[in-house]
Design a binder for this molecule. Structure first.
Ligand code: B12
Ligand code: SF4
Ligand code: SF4
Length: 237
């Protein structure tokens, strides 16, 4: 993962997240007009992304879920319970991908780690392939960003030298969906969901995961476990 610029405090944050299988996913210094607002008012001066490459957080989350039964969105609840206090301790405030109005997490991720979208809409990572995601982001005020060294020069990511999809002429992800939900026009969400509701869909993608995502050869060692895949599919449907 791209190391986040900045001294001690961010390393403390990174270590605290690592215990739970999460990591810092790079930082962004946004243009003021595009910056998210802080709850106290004013624009955030820096955004630090929190997420995961591979499914290392899954056992930690599963243990937490076992102790918190009955939640309708347990992964969102776990993310908030974990990240919000760590963000506050680092002098920032947390926002989450599930919060509405939606923050542009993928745009932030593209800026933070120089990632690009795959033909599926998911961002592809050179190491983790399509098996990675975002659990939150931490917004910092100008003073906090300066204290942490999150300046325009230091934030962001090293330029990426290659993008896996550019050297994948066959693009197997695009031909693997049984109902052709991915096309140059975009992702046919309704077509995908209709298929998932059928017996074939229940036996196929709902139980084994999205065929298109699974067809990608990049980052296979980081594929999520079957229980994690089923959890995400159930949440999506
Ligand atoms: C709405 C949404 C969806 C909708 C997409 C509807 C649509 N056509 O746009 C639905 C419900 C279909 C969806 C599905 C999935 N999603 Co989704 N989704 C979101 C969410 C909550 C908001 C997206 C948004 O509009 N943001 C607001 C705009 C302003 O931000 P943005 O950065 O500019 O948004 C970009 C995306 O909208 C993207 N985009 C456009 N069309 C599609 C279609 C798909 C399938 C995806 C993934 C992205 C995408 O292009 C925009 C420009 O960069 C984001 C979290 C977030 N807050 O961004 C997750 C997010 C994009 N989803 C994610 C994931 C992983 C999935 C699933 C794989 C979940 C699963 N099953 O495991 C599936 C993929 C479908 C499948 N076959 O399995 C991840 C992507 C991580 C990555 N590696 O890039 C995100 C970032 C959530 C996270 N916690 O990490 N998702
Ligand atoms: S199969 Fe090829 S084109 Fe599709 S996401 Fe993977 S690397 Fe990119
Ligand atoms: S979940 Fe199944 S039906 Fe939906 S896009 Fe993926 S492969 Fe196609």
């Amino acid at each position: 993962m791209t190391p986040v610029a900045g001294p001690g405090d961010l390393r403390v944050l990174e270590a605290a997240l690592a215990v739970h299988g999460l990591c810092l996913r790079g930082s962004v210094v946004p243009a003021e007009e595009a910056a998210p607002r802080l709850s106290a008012g004013g624009a955030a001066a820096a955004i630090v992304l929190v997420g995961h490459g591979g499914g290392g957080f899954w056992p930690v989350f599963e243990a937490w879920r076992g102790a918190h039964p009955g939640l309708s969105h347990p992964l969102d609840a776990w993310s908030k319970a974990l990240i919000a206090p760590l963000a506050a301790a680092a002098g920032g405030e947390a926002v989450f991908p599930s919060d509405r109005p939606w923050h542009p997490f993928q745009q932030w991720a593209m800026a933070a780690e120089s990632l690009k979208p795959s033909p599926l809409g998911l961002l592809i990572h050179p190491v983790y392939g399509l098996w990675h995601g975002y659990r939150g982001a931490i917004l910092f005020s100008p003073a906090a960003a300066a204290r942490l060294g999150l300046t325009p020069d230091a934030a962001g990511a090293a330029p990426v030298t290659s993008h896996p999809c550019d050297s994948c002429p066959d693009r197997p992800c695009l031909s693997a969906c049984p109902v052709g939900a991915y096309s140059p026009d975009g992702f046919d969400v309704a077509g995908c969901r209709a298929y998932l509701a059928t017996e074939a869909g229940r036996q196929g993608c709902m139980s084994g995961g999205c065929r298109a995502r699974d067809a990608c050869p990049v980052g296979r060692d980081h594929r999520y476990s079957d229980p994690q895949i089923r959890f995400h599919m159930a949440a999506f449907r």
